[in-house]
Design a protein around this ligand. Structure first.
Ligand code: 5GP
Ligand code: ZN
Length: 113
């Protein structure tokens, strides 16, 4: 886990813009935004991807989504949003710590892939 950049961001060892934090997760601004609003939900416990998290800690996943659902207005997502999580090579996952992209703040492309 020591060289995981998202673990370091969660620990505050690498700077980031955190827009929300609780005991389960942090929400940060993506370094390379692909929409007007592009945030990342980072569950604090290290799991490599959505499959590992869902299989081992479904309650944590549920708590993250529940907390996010209560934050959408203050995050500027009143008009809607898109959640994406990439897994593995076909999904083009580049950071092996589960993270859920939040995209919004504008009308997104209809085509997702
Ligand atoms: P993936 O390709 O794994 O689904 O997404 C990784 C995301 O993490 C990318 O959108 C990338 O811009 C973002 N990212 C990578 N390194 C950093 C970083 O050090 N800080 C922040 N805030 N975002 C990062
Ligand atoms: Zn990690």
């Amino acid at each position: 886990m020591n060289d995981c950049i998202f673990c370091k961001i969660i620990a505050g060892e690498i700077p980031s813009t955190k827009v929300f934090e609780n005991e389960d997760m942090a929400i940060i601004k993506d370094l390379n935004p692909q929409a007007k609003i592009h945030l990342l939900i980072l569950p604090k416990k290290h799991y490599a991807n959505i499959g590992e998290l869902a299989a081992n800690d479904a309650d944590l996943l549920k708590r993250c989504f529940s907390a996010f659902a209560g934050l959408t207005d203050e995050l500027g997502l009143q008009n809607g949003y898109r959640l994406i999580t990439n897994k593995g090579d076909d999904g083009c996952q580049s950071v092996n710590h589960i993270h859920i992209h939040i995209l919004g703040g504008e009308k997104l492309a209809e085509k997702m892939g």
